[in-house]
Design a protein. Sequence first.
Length: 57
Amino acid sequence: MHVHVLHPDGKAVIHLDGTDINSGVPASVMKLAKEWVQANEKTICAEWTRMNNPTTR
């Protein structure tokens, strides 16, 4: 599971295990985004599951 980070300078993907793929997002923004992901992991998992469940589409 992962979340996308969109920023005027680039974009990134943050996986729930903390790894990321960053294409231009400033380090300070990535730090805040990773903190948010960590603090909201349960909500992210629930929403990811809801959005990716073919029976709910």
